[in-house]
Design a protein around this ligand. Sequence first.
Ligand code: CA
Length: 229
Amino acid sequence: MAKATVLVVEDEKDIIDVVDFNLQQAGYRVLKATDGAEGLRLARDQSPDLVVLDLMLPAMDGKEVCRRLKQGENTREIPVLMLTALASETDRIIGFEIGADDYLTKPFSPRELVLRVQAILRRSQEPAGDAATLSLAGLTIDPARHTALAGEEELDLTATEFKLLHYLAAHAGKVQTREVLLSRVWGYAYEGYARTVDTHVRRLRKKLGPLAERIETVRGIGYRFREEP
Ligand code: CA
């Protein structure tokens, strides 16, 4: 199997060296860019399997790079792992307006970074479990084609949002805890990352529009997909 390619966009040399070394040790091909424009160019030209993107970059910041990646026809499917200096930034980063798939707060251990990269690649490359098309509550979810329709209209979902919607809908009526969703949808279960689930649900609801209320918040527990309004 060919090596997966990870593009690292980071301006701090110490960090880029550590990330480069550890990803290569883990068997990935690594591309490096030290600013946003170069990062975007490499993403378009080389179609990496994943982008590790620093938030604080000179000239064009990581937020803008992420937005452009998610708008680009050839780059929108590439998952983005955002590196941030502050935990308080994560809501905005992983929030629906930017579209990052995951985040890691600096300082992070190289091992944690590698585990995170592996988990993201696993969920973006594997088919979403059961390949049968689901039709319920006005939605048609096709895991083989990775498409979700609300009525006749195709929803513009990231790989993670799709997998989250599919998992919830496939278990309609059953409450799913954040921990279960983290492990089944994200492929890992780190304590303290429950907010990742919340921000993705928020983003997914926004994209679902009138069907948003199908994803019900069960206070203190998690989320449930409702077949009936
Ligand atoms: Ca930086």
